[in-house]
Write a protein that binds this ligand. Structure first.
Ligand code: HEM
Length: 503
């Protein structure tokens, strides 16, 4: 009797579950406020489509295909829209005005528990306090002070890659692996006041090699916040070694932050970004756990992004000899010791190459999610609480905005020289815009210009293995993971003296 009633209750529960699910699907597809927006049906009824797309590592490409199929405004989860227009970017991310409410960061994605920081903080007042504290570290004056350190690392890098290329007897070195040595060493100096010594050693530091795993693990809680039942799938999404790496990563960051805290303030005051936080940071979280989270986020935000742009730029320059010739002619018209921030900011072609690399392969290739306050976006009224975003990947590859969007054409950025693009640079937002615009933009440009210019000046580069469809094969789980790309860096003799002088 007892058994029968348990069975009946079970059947009733399953029946109710199925009924609920059917009712929900009917509501989501025909009566939900977003019901009229096109998109994959699976995305309209559950979060599974979105999570699936991310876990494949192909989210940018899948989203691009979905936009091609369904249009500029598509539904990518039951309560979420993706836009692919410049006006939508302006409407969502620009500074709010007296007549327009702000689109705040979304709490599903930007959520680090009780350890908030400038990246995660959603409250505009708290965020603004944090930004004020950090901003002096990114000021023009402070960036100038970092320039000498950047030159030291770049010179060391040029020496290292050319030496390693000789040792490898023309087989080349994996530029995908080498460029992060430089970017992470620089960000280590800026953030912790100490480098990872990856360039000096010519090998990837443990912290960098497990970063991809760590970043992927960090995104998983946001999937669970989307749909709590996804917690059941987490063991299949995350290997034990990834978990161990996450712990190792955290432990190393803690140790490094402790070393930084134990140093007297004057030792690194002009060099690292922690200095202002430690001096004035009370109220924005300058206890150890906040500093660890900030350091981790800052290094990833600063190093992984710049790595991507520099690697992409070099990849396309090597793949397009005509472009490499133009870049080399411009850079080599200066002496090696003239390749400083001020001079490089004036080099039109070099800067066009950087813009084009950021356009074609944006380091942050997913839409940064915001929540609608109940406002118009590109002519659509978006109800309060709807999540929405514009993906730079999709926007930058839109044929409605760019001529020949999938081709590397730095010339499109050269005004008065046959500019090719239809809608001008007003369509380009690599550093986002508005109140959450990148704080490290000037720092990033400085580092990217110096690195690219010095490499191009000092080396002839030769790709030693066919990289295949290098762009198409890249995977993104928060950060990009790309296939090896083997390059031989041949030192041009006239630069030897200048380079060696530095040491
Ligand atoms: C090519 C290089 C870079 C690109 C493309 C880039 C892009 C971005 C983007 C799109 C955002 C907005 C993120 C969001 O809304 O969630 C951002 C924020 C930020 N970036 Fe960068 N970034 C780069 C380099 C750097 C560097 C070198 C640093 C530090 C030295 C840095 C520090 C920051 C900070 C602190 C924020 C948070 C700003 C805020 O919310 O107020 N970035 N970056």
């Amino acid at each position: 009797m007892m058994g029968l009633s348990v069975l009946t209750a079970g059947i009733a529960a399953v029946f109710m579950g199925i009924t609920y699910w059917i009712c929900w699907c009917i509501y989501a597809l025909w009566f939900h406020p977003l019901a009229n927006y096109p998109g994959p049906k699976a995305a309209a009824i559950s979060e599974i489509w979105f999570v699936w797309a991310w876990t494949t590592g192909r989210y940018p490409y899948i989203l691009e295909e979905a936009h091609q199929k369904y249009g500029d405004v598509i539904r990518i989860s039951p309560n979420e829209l993706s836009f692919a227009t410049v006006q939508a970017h302006r409407d969502i991310y620009s500074t709010p005005s007296r007549t327009r409410l702000p689109f705040l960061k979304d709490g599903i994605f930007y959520n680090n528990g009780d350890v908030t920081n400038i990246f995660y903080e959603r409250d505009p007042v708290e965020h603004s306090k944090m930004r004020k504290v950090l901003a002096p570290g990114f000021s023009g004056g402070n960036i100038k002070k970092h320039e000498g350190m950047i030159h030291q690392y770049v010179d060391m890098f040029v020496r290292k890659v050319t030496e390693l290329s000789v040792k490898r007897c023309g087989k080349g070195i994996d530029a995908n692996e080498a460029i992060p040595w430089l970017a992470f060493d620089i960000m280590g100096e800026l953030t912790f006041g100490e480098s990872f010594d990856a360039v000096a050693r010519g090998e990837t530091h443990m912290w960098i090699s497990i970063l991809n795993d760590s970043a992927y693990a960090a995104i998983l809680p946001s999937f669970v916040r989307r749909a709590p039942s996804i917690v059941l799938a987490i063991p299949f999404m995350l290997s034990l070694s990834s978990l161990r790496n996450l712990r190792k990563h955290y432990a190393y960051t803690v140790d490094t932050v402790r070393r930084r805290l134990s140093r007297p303030p004057s030792a690194s005051a002009d060099r690292d970004l922690f200095a202002p936080v430690l001096e004035q940071g009370s109220g924005i979280g300058n206890d150890e756990k906040h500093l660890v989270a900030l350091a981790q986020a800052m290094i990833i935000a600063g190093a992984d992004t710049a790595t991507n742009v520099m690697t992409t730029a070099l990849y396309f320059l090597c793949a397009t000899p005509g472009c490499m010739e133009k870049a080399a002619a411009e850079v080599r018209a200066l002496r090696y010791d003239q390749l400083n921030g001020d001079e490089l900011s004036k080099l039109k072609y070099l800067n066009a190459v950087i813009e084009e690399a950021m356009r074609l392969f944006p380091p942050i290739a997913f839409g940064l999610p915001r929540v609608s306050p109940g406002e118009m976006v590109d002519g659509h009224f978006i109800p309060k609480g709807v999540r929405l975003s514009v993906s730079h990947w999709v926007l930058n590859r839109s044929p409605q905005i760019w001529d020949r969007p999938c081709e590397f054409i730095p010339e499109r950025w050269l005004k008065n020289e046959g500019s090719l693009e239809k809608s001008s640079e007003a369509a380009h937002f690599p550093f986002s815009s508005g109140p959450r615009t990148c704080l490290g933009m000037a720092q990033a440009y400085l580092e990217m210009r110096i690195t690219l210019a010095k490499l191009i000046h000092a080396c002839d580069m030769r790709v030693t293995q066919d990289p295949g469809d290098w762009i198409g094969a890249a995977k993104m789980h928060m950060m990009w993971k790309r296939a090896p790309w083997m390059v031989h860096f041949e030192r041009r003799s006239e630069d030897d003296e200048n380079l060696l002088e530095k040491y």
